[in-house]
Design a protein around this ligand. Structure first.
Ligand SMILES: Nc1nc2c(ncn2[C@@H]2O[C@H](COP(=O)(O)O)[C@@H](O)[C@H]2O)c(=O)[nH]1
Ligand SMILES: [Mn+2]
Length: 353
């Protein structure tokens, strides 16, 4: 097992215990823990785990969850006004309006963001850390991007449930059938992120552009003849990856160059520091709902769910700069640009503005 975090980084012992439990599974070859590691339901989040045996629970239910980045051009962007124009991403699009195949034919929930820490964010390039790489991606300081974090919604849940009802946390009984269903969920998640970006761009009066990054962080693939499970870890094999911060801090687009010791993977976010219940309890003692609708960087939060506003507060997460420093110090990634949010959409306002 390798842990890619310095001694000053916040890593809960429960998460390390989960990594050791995974490392002891039959057929497990190597566990790489990322600096955003934190405990998950039964398996750690922020880990890449290679094994001779395929374990669906190590991918989890949100198969294909990922983060995509879409450049977007908006003349004179005023955050408050743009926040009021975001579309309702809880309401699905009409599947008949989609001119492409829908993976697994799962037409429900298309174009919706989901709950928890899924989000769609209009962000501005705040700093350029690598001019040449940023130019290759077509990015300059002050450019706008849409960052969309979402997974396969009910489809992934259905796939994991079908497995666990019969086999619990055991290996996939029919690897080919699981991988076929998994690949559908990965394609569905990517299509869903594109649909959301198109909906937002249209509502903001902008033309949607192709994604410059779209990496999923809950998946399994065959690498070096083994099953490489990633749970909250992005493919870091020579590609740009968006490492999300929080709705009130920077996020970093990095050039990933992770090798075999890191299971060719990098962190996908800041990672939770507090459970949802702790964040709710502590947040309520400190902040009003209105305070949480604005962030320390001056951005706006669209979130009609008061409890979610507290659960997902920026203070519930680790420091993104520490995670990025760890990725750099361990040679896994190099920052290209960092972004600051203007508007973060979580769920529709109950009374539309
Ligand atoms: N830029 C933003 N980043 C956010 C927000 N809420 C959460 N996050 C980060 O995303 C990852 C995703 O975690 P996952 O395990 O659910 O895939 C998380 O670790 C946070 O660092 C946000 O509103 N904006
Ligand atoms: Mn995710």
């Amino acid at each position: 097992m390798s842990v890619f975090a310095s001694s000053s980084s916040w890593i809960e012992s429960d998460a390390l215990d989960q990594c050791h439990q995974v490392a002891a599974l039959d057929g497990m070859v190597h566990v790489a823990a990322m600096p955003d590691l934190h405990p998950g339901k039964g398996a750690p989040i922020g880990a890449a785990m290679s094994s001779r045996v395929l374990y669906p629970f190590l991918v989890g239910s949100d198969i294909g969850c990922g983060i995509a980045v879409f450049p977007i051009r908006i003349k004179r962007p005023v955050a408050e006004r743009l926040a009021a124009r975001f579309p309702d991403l809880d309401r699905p699009v009409d599947p008949d309006s989609i001119d492409t195949d829908i993976p697994a034919g799962y037409a429900e929930q298309l174009g919706t963001v989901g709950r928890g820490n899924h989000f769609a964010e209009l962000a501005r390039v705040h700093a350029v850390h690598d001019d040449a790489h940023a130019a290759r991606l077509g990015l300059e300081r002050d450019d706008l991007v849409l960052i969309v974090h979402s997974g396969s919604r009910g489809l992934g849940e259905r796939i994991l449930r079908a497995h666990t009802e019969a086999h619990g946390a055991g290996p996939a009984a029919d690897v080919g059938a699981y991988l076929a269903a998994h690949d559908d969920a990965v394609r569905w998640g990517s299509l869903n992120r594109r649909l959301m970006a198109a909906r937002i761009a249209e509502a903001l009066g902008a033309v949607p552009e192709e994604a410059i990054v779209d990496e999923c962080h809950n998946s399994v693939s065959i690498v070096d003849g083994r099953y490489l499970h990633r749970k909250g870890a992005a493919n870091g094999d020579a590609r740009p990856v968006l490492v999300a911060g929080t709705r009130g801090t920077a996020s970093f687009l990095v050039a990933a160059h992770a090798g075999p010791d890191a299971n060719y993977s990098v962190a996908h976010g800041a990672g939770r520091k507090m459970s949802r219940s702790d964040a709710l309890r502590r947040g309520k003692a400190k902040h009003t709902v209105e305070e949480l609708r604005r962030t320390p960087v001056g951005s706006y939060v669209v979130c009609g769910d008061r409890q979610l506003l507290f659960e997902e507060a920026p203070t519930a997460y680790k420091k993104i700069e520490r995670v990025i420093d760890d990725l750099v110090e361990f040679g896994l990634a190099t920052p290209i640009v960092s972004t600051h949010p203007l508007v973060t959409y979580k769920t529709a306002e109950k009374v539309r503005r």
